[in-house]
Unconditional design. Structure first.
Length: 449
């Protein structure tokens, strides 16, 4: 405990780091305040049906990413997800379209162009999603939820407000990246997920206290202990996974040599966890289709459809895991190009001992990727089905989401990256202090300063 307090004091003593943390907190506070501002012309007391709709399925995922703003008909209701969707599309185009591939190779200027295209695509997605959200709001909450009525003027003006709200969130994320600490977009998503935790805890506690005398409270305490344990294990595994790939690849190929580039030993830039949370997001979108078909088909779905409407059923989770594994291979294949990696190594006079440059090197890297992608996909599949497993023990769905799935991976990943950013700033500060104090000396033994 004393070590943690001392670390916080050291962080606070560094002026630049202190300002970055304060700026981050300021922008996060602005984001959370905007999430509570309801769209003009909507009665917040008539949104009960919308909130019920967002308690499960894909709507629950969207509400989680928006920090509850989606179910509150807030000006930030669409959140940061349109930008995430646009980024994925541009990333796929950068793999398949030569024009975008060329921009990727242009360095900083190319990245600026890609960023601009991503923003324009985000606006296009928003112009489609905003009216869709309002139409769904009308169908769910009813016409009584609209104080001024639902007409063309309201649809156009509210769509503009929703689009502007999402672009403002994106601007906040970019400011956090530039002037704050860590990746701003990731931090905003993390804050949105954390914002739902208090209400989920209260709901779970209320449910536990309404059960058997004494037993419900013990069950709740065991759930909290289990949640902390799962998060701790996930942090350790994710940190370990980021270090595994090179050694793992060597064991698969039976080689004791490392990759050598320009005479110096370096690592192959592969990761066991290369696809991150994207396979889970894609798989969840596919699994939402049966719910949509059931809503269209009527109120009496068949046995097969009911299995896919229950996220705790065995069939649902088997198909869910299969989709995650398939999407992991697919996403890894389109984001990591072995041929391009082989060409980059050859261009930099790099080679893998015992493997010929060119196509043989590309085949070698592709083989390694195929081997290390399987354990990575099984790892995120296990995390993805954990909410369903704990739900079988009576945990409410809102609270069960924190035991795994996309929310847990994002929380763990962002926390680790943010701590690394803080550690990096502290290391730079300590190095500068050593230079300024004259502790660094040159080879002749004379102080460098």
């Amino acid at each position: 405990m004393n070590k943690i307090i001392e670390t916080i004091k050291n962080i606070w003593r560094i002026e630049d780091l202190r300002m970055r943390i304060l700026v981050t907190l300021l922008f996060v506070a602005i984001y959370r305040f905007g999430s509570t501002v309801v769209l003009p012309g909507i009665d917040p007391g008539k949104l009960a049906e919308l909130q019920n709709q967002t308690k499960g399925g894909l709507m629950s995922l969207l509400d989680m990413f928006s920090g509850g703003a989606f179910s509150q008909a807030s000006i930030f209701a669409l959140g940061i997800m349109p930008y995430i969707s646009a980024s994925i599309v541009i990333q796929l185009l950068a793999v398949a379209v030569p024009y975008f591939q060329k921009m990727q190779r242009e360095g900083e200027s190319g990245r600026r162009k890609i960023g601009q295209y991503t923003r324009w695509l985000t606006i296009a997605i928003l112009l489609f999603q905003a009216p869709t959200y309002l139409i769904n709001l009308k169908a769910t909450a009813g016409i009584d939820a609209f104080i001024v009525g639902f007409n063309a003027w309201f649809l156009i003006s509210s769509s503009i407000i929703l689009a502007a709200g999402s672009m403002f969130i994106l601007w906040l994320g970019e400011r956090i990246t530039d002037k704050g600490i860590g990746n701003g977009v990731s931090i905003i998503i993390m804050i949105g997920i954390i914002a739902r935790m208090p209400s989920a805890l209260i709901e779970e506690l209320t449910s536990a206290l309404s059960g058997a005398a004494g037993g419900g409270l013990i069950k709740f305490l065991l759930e909290i202990i289990g949640l902390v344990a799962v998060m701790a294990i996930a942090i350790l595994l994710v940190k370990a996974v980021r270090k595994v790939p090179v050694q793992y690849a060597k064991r698969i190929e039976g080689s004791s040599s490392k990759l050598q580039v320009g005479g110096a030993r370096q690592y192959i830039p592969l990761k066991l966890f290369a696809a991150n949370v994207m396979p889970i997001i894609f798989a969840q979108a596919i699994m939402f289709i049966p719910l949509t078909l059931a809503q269209v088909g009527g109120n009496n779905p068949g046995w097969f459809t009911r299995q896919f409407l229950d996220h705790t059923s065995l069939m649902y989770n088997i198909v869910f895991v299969a989709l995650i594994v398939a999407f992991t291979y697919f996403y890894t294949a389109i984001t990591l190009n072995p041929v391009q990696m082989s060409e980059d190594m050859k261009r930099n006079n790099g080679f893998i001992p015992g493997v010929k440059p060119g196509q043989d090197t590309a085949n070698y890297i592709d083989n390694v990727m195929s081997h290390i992608t399987l354990p990575g996909s099984l790892f995120i599949s296990l995390i993805a089905v954990l909410p369903a497993i704990v739900s079988l023990f009576g945990v409410k769905q809102g609270f069960a989401q924190f035991f795994g799935g996309t929310s847990l991976l994002i929380l763990v990943g962002v926390v680790i990256d943010t701590l690394q950013q803080i550690d990096s700033h502290m290391s730079v500060r300590n190095y500068d202090r050593m230079l300024n104090s004259g502790h660094t000396r040159n080879r002749s033994g004379v102080s460098a300063y």
